[in-house]
Design a protein. Structure first.
Length: 94
């Protein structure tokens, strides 16, 4: 049985695969930094009901493209500051 092929961008081959997340910008008040809220749906460990878990990520936004309320994709990167370990990949919707 053949394995499905995965499309990988050329720059990703040099760096290795990185995690990406899609979420909402909850704050864009800092200089070159946005706060992105990502919602995951996971089963409750005891009751097996699906519950929502929210995580906040600090992401680097060099050009200041993302505004509050935007849906964005962020990509994992090396540590940029005490809290920033992600960078803005693209703004999906305004």
């Amino acid at each position: 049985m053949s394995e499905p092929s995965i499309e990988v961008a050329p720059e990703a081959l040099k760096r290795g695969l990185r995690k990406t997340r899609v979420g909402l910008v909850v704050s864009a008040k800092m200089d070159k930094t946005i706060v992105v809220s990502v919602v995951r749906r996971v089963p409750h460990p005891k009751f097996d009901k699906i519950v929502k878990r929210t995580s906040k990520f600090y992401a680097h936004d060099e050009e200041g493209k993302a505004k509050e309320g935007d849906r964005v994709r962020i990509m994992e990167t090396k540590p940029l500051s005490k809290l920033k370990r992600w960078r803005l990949e693209e703004v999906l919707t305004h």
